[in-house]
Design a protein around this ligand. Sequence first.
Ligand code: TXA
Ligand code: MG
Length: 352
Amino acid sequence: MVDRFEPDPAVMARAGALIRADRLVAFPTETVYGLGANALSATAVAALFAAKGRPANDPVIVHLADEAQLDLVATAVGPLARRLIEAFWPGPLTLVLPRADAVPAAVSAGLPSVAVRLPAHAVAQALIRAARVPIAAPSANLFSRPSATTAAHVVADLGDRVDLILDAGPAPIGLESTILAVTGARPRLLRPGGVPLEAIEALIGPVERAATATVDDEAAQLAPGLLSKHYSPRARLSLVIGEPAAARRRLRQELEELHRGRQRLGALLVNEDAEVVAGLPIVVGWLGSEQDLATVAERLFAAMREVDAAGVAVIGARSLGSTGLGLAILDRLTRAAAGRVIDLAGVREPES
Ligand code: TXA
Ligand code: MG
């Protein structure tokens, strides 16, 4: 274990030296664990993609220790980007900017842009500082698995493919960063995440939204062929989107039907959803109260892994709104559901 607030300098020096030697170090950030490599080394970046089983056309985020490193990786940081940086760095906001030549094209899958963020976690900052180079890091899970929010998740997915894992306990936010493209004329949301869209729009005005599931389709690409054999078959996630009462009723109906079909079932639920599974033999990942989306976010990926590990065939879940962290939660659930979405929008509830 390394201390979450004051990591041992000797450990960090060793970790930094590994990064400089083109090796891979998994480390905690405030969002999720990252699998880090020297962002300025094409060799290290190639090793990173190989270890994760990540397709070369899926770009990764470059992490900085301080704002001064920004000019090393990005050109043309305009006034809009500066305002966002001022307000949200360090923190869970990733900005897509024009890429500087020092960053190998492979980091960005050949794109002329680069995604950059300054994590708010002391261990992440200490690692980047010790490495004395920016660190390219995707989430430290195997391709298509839920993101890793603990060191144990990293071990389960990447174990012997990583040279060092820095364990500082669970990642406090639990969902990945918000990604905003500021390369074009208008800012565009590429992925909702730890910084709520409302906070960004309060600062810079309306933000264009990219269609869901076009950018980060990791969770959406259920590719069982890529999973290691020791995992049980990946469960199908069935997501009901709608107002709480109606969504609960519909989810219960779905689960009862599947239960009659003798399927082994799981569910991801908030405390207020107890009636959904009452009397049914269902493995539930409890996410805390609907009133506390920060806790739901923190638990979501770990709960997904736990329920999946119980060997269920289907995992039921419902949406928790689309404001604040609800938008990022909905996004991750939708991708995990990969098409198995029951949207009750427009469906009238009969009076009861
Ligand atoms: O919170 C996070 O962002 C975590 C921690 C480790 O920092 N990282 C993370 O990385 O979630 P990853 O690789 O799982 O997701 C990065 C996303 C990808 O979906 C990728 O498509 C997008 O960032 N991305 C990276 N570079 C991009 C670029 N130049 N243009 C557009 N999207 C980009
Ligand atoms: Mg990821």
